[in-house]
Design a protein around this ligand. Sequence first.
Ligand code: PBG
Length: 324
Amino acid sequence: MGYPAQRPRRLRTTPAMRRLVAETSVEPRHLVLPMFVREGASEPVPIVSMPGVVQHTSDSLRKAAVEAVAAGVSGLMLYGVPLAKDATGSGGVDPDGILNVALRELVAEVGDATVLMADLCLDEFTDHGHCGVLTPDGRVDNDATLEVYGRMAVAQAEAGAHLLGPSGMMDGQVGHVRSVLDAAGHTDTGIFAYAAKYASAFYGPFREAVASSLEGDRRTYQQDPANAVEAVREARLDVEEGADLVMVKPAMGYLDLVAAVRANVDVPVGAYNISGEYSMVEAAAANGWINREAAIVEVLTSVRRAGASVVLTYWATEAAHLIR
Ligand code: PBG
């Protein structure tokens, strides 16, 4: 026998051979498009740090939703950008708040053709920018925040969201939201829990996208990027509390945790390819430093390979066309 005896390259010889042995694929149905809707906007407002992403008007939101559904995207994750904010984020609870109004409009436009998801968090609605309400001395008050999340959840369920995405990293948020939804008769409204969410510098562009008022950081509630063990703990707790799906966020620097969570829970796992991950690729591509389309498909494939069945990505509609 000649040397080398083992020739793995045989499986890479032709496109057909490579396709035959590919383990992972990205399909439109795996993708969820996060979208921003801005109260009072008369034109879509470009988000400078996320080229190609806008804060939608209610008209452009509906149009983009229809395009995403036509491309085969499986879900839309909606964020509201309100005109007014206050200390308790009351715009998130208000049935006439921008997020709840836009949810109802999307239900009317696309109905059950896709899965409508709502960000269940206060940071877009608070004047201090934190994900919860504050104690008199300025700390984020876990249990007082749960009470507000419960009311916000009922408003989102009543507006027609199929899945609620609690993203504030308060302890007990999934269990509390589940029990309040059930008590209100919303037993079919699901929870896509942001289970392992890290305090990441790569959320930077998102803060522009939602016109965040945050000063300081979220390190008393979001996880330390140094830690892996607590990702599994957080995901298990959320499943015990009733999460229907769990999410790891960010995605690219956290693929080890996508794999770990996948191995340790028995519900579908999602990963959020966040704003900074999007912007890095867009910026490098704009400079001619990387091949943009190839990079997009590679990123999404990597997240799937790590074990995510659902990938939230700002490229969802475009990627759905690219991979078809
Ligand atoms: C909080 C929330 C954030 C993101 C999604 N939900 C920001 C944060 O925690 O500061 C980030 C998403 C992204 O960066 O794309 N409601």
